[in-house]
Design a protein around this ligand. Structure first.
Ligand SMILES: NC(=O)C1=CN([C@@H]2O[C@H](COP(=O)(O)OP(=O)(O)OC[C@H]3O[C@@H](n4cnc5c(N)ncnc54)[C@H](OP(=O)(O)O)[C@@H]3O)[C@@H](O)[C@H]2O)C=CC1
Ligand SMILES: CC(=O)[C@@H](O)[C@H](O)COP(=O)(O)O
Ligand SMILES: [Mn+2]
Length: 379
């Protein structure tokens, strides 16, 4: 029986992780559930999965859990999360939080030598060098959950990284893939939130619309698979059926295909290197799909993709600035305080005005992250 901790249990990845557990009660138990502010959904999750530990963001919400905890102990705040994630009663941590606030809990789980399903890509973007070094030091393992990285992991099975020529990360193109640049000037929040293929949390849906998501995913791939940027390409594939590809030196290309459903990647991370049945997922019917389409990316339209890769290549504190500026810009866009095209402008400006630290420590990463957030919020 694998004992699972889910941080971000009330979100899109968190609830789908619970869907997988519901289907395999003989394989998994829930040890810990952590969320932010959605206490009503958390109460339902506690009743159904009976965890031993429950974590929430704010102390003032603890009283709302009274009478709903069963056997669980409840705590609030980040310190409690960092401590409880190290518990020996946890075998696997699903990091389904959104944003760089997932970094500290990831580090805690790493220090306890845990296996971590890392949906929270921003952690690898903001501090990839620190996270991967710490995994080596503490014998922890990060397993890809992001659909593209799960596809890459699956396409690498049985082969050596030294045999890989390049990784090809596929992109749907997001909500605005068929809009002209001029039309983007008037893009609304409601338009941006309509992802063509996936139903996801708001932040990643906006990142997908700006193609920042693909930039974050290139950096995520660089760290998860220890491959340099010259060997990672991005290809627009509007159907989201091929979830990514690996080209080998002998020109063989391995890919993972499937209907767009995150439960497949979530379950694979939880059962890796094995597989289990998954009933609640649509079987891929290529006759129905008919055709698969591929297009190149476009430097002018996909400004965020370029900014992210440029920051990744420069390294040091640049990805931290890029990520923090993007998080705040997306928050502002979600409050309709910023236009769609201003997201890229905000990130570009934050990067241009930052003095790079070449090899930041975790304290420096956290400081740069906070300073950038304040700088961008004040604009
Ligand atoms: N959704 C998807 O299909 C995919 C997502 N990803 C990545 O996975 C990550 C999660 O995305 P997604 O599930 O869409 O995001 P959501 O916004 O749907 O969920 C975020 C979760 O984080 C929780 N949270 C917020 N603050 C805290 C806190 N202080 N302590 C604990 N939990 C907190 C939220 O809780 P609450 O709601 O209770 O406030 C919620 O459960 C992101 O990095 C995203 O890029 C990657 C691939 C696909
Ligand atoms: C499901 C998933 O992994 C998302 O990160 C997805 O990649 C978003 O789609 P696009 O960024 O390709 O539009
Ligand atoms: Mn993805």
């Amino acid at each position: 029986m694998k004992r699972i901790a889910i941080i971000g249990s009330t979100g899109s990845i968190g609830t789908q992780t619970l869907d997988v557990i519901r289907e395999h009660r003989d394989q998994f138990t829930v040890e810990l559930l952590a969320c932010g502010r959605n206490i009503s959904l958390l109460k339902e999750q506690i009743a159904e999965f009976q965890p031993n530990i429950v974590l929430i963001e704010r102390k003032e919400d603890l009283s709302r859990l009274e009478g709903h905890l069963g056997q669980a102990k409840a705590y609030a705040g980040e310190e409690a999360m960092l401590e409880t994630l190290m518990s020996p009663s946890i075998d696997f941590v699903m990091n389904a939080m959104v944003g760089a606030r997932g970094l500290k809990p990831t580090m805690s789980a790493i220090k306890a030598g845990k296996t971590i399903g890392i949906a929270n890509k921003e952690t690898l973007v903001t501090a990839g060098h620190i996270v991967t070094d710490a995994c080596k030091k503490y014998g922890a393992e990060l397993i890809a959950v992001d659909s593209e990285h799960s596809a890459i992991l699956q396409s690498l099975r049985g082969n050596k990284m030294s045999e890989v020529e390049r990784i090809i990360v596929t992109a749907s193109g997001g909500s605005f893939r068929d809009w002209s640049y001029d039309e983007l000037k008037n893009a609304t929040l409601q338009d941006a939130l309509k992802h063509p293929n996936w139903s996801m949390g708001q932040k990643v849906t906006i990142d997908s619309a700006t193609m920042m998501n693909k930039g974050l995913e290139v950096i995520e791939a660089r760290w998860l698979f220890d491959i340099d940027y010259d060997h990672i390409d991005v290809l627009i594939h509007r159907e989201s059926i091929i979830h990514s590809l690996v080209e080998y030196k002998d020109k063989s290309v391995m890919a993972q295909l499937g209907s767009p459903d995150m439960k497949v990647a979530i379950q694979y991370a939880m059962t890796y290197p094995n597989r289990l049945e998954l009933h609640g997922t649509e079987r891929l019917n290529l006759l129905e799909v008919g055709k698969l389409h591929f297009e190149p990316t476009d430097k002018d339209r996909h400004r965020c993709l370029d900014l992210a890769i440029e920051a990744g290549r420069k390294g040091g504190s640049m990805p931290t600035v890029m990520n923090a500026a993007n998080e705040i810009a997306v928050e502002k866009f979600l409050k309709e305080e910023l236009s769609f095209l201003e997201i890229a402008e905000t990130v570009e400006k934050a990067l241009a005005t930052h003095t790079q630290i070449s090899h930041p420590s975790i304290e420096e990463v956290l400081k740069v992250d906070e300073e950038t957030r304040q700088r961008v919020a004040a604009q």
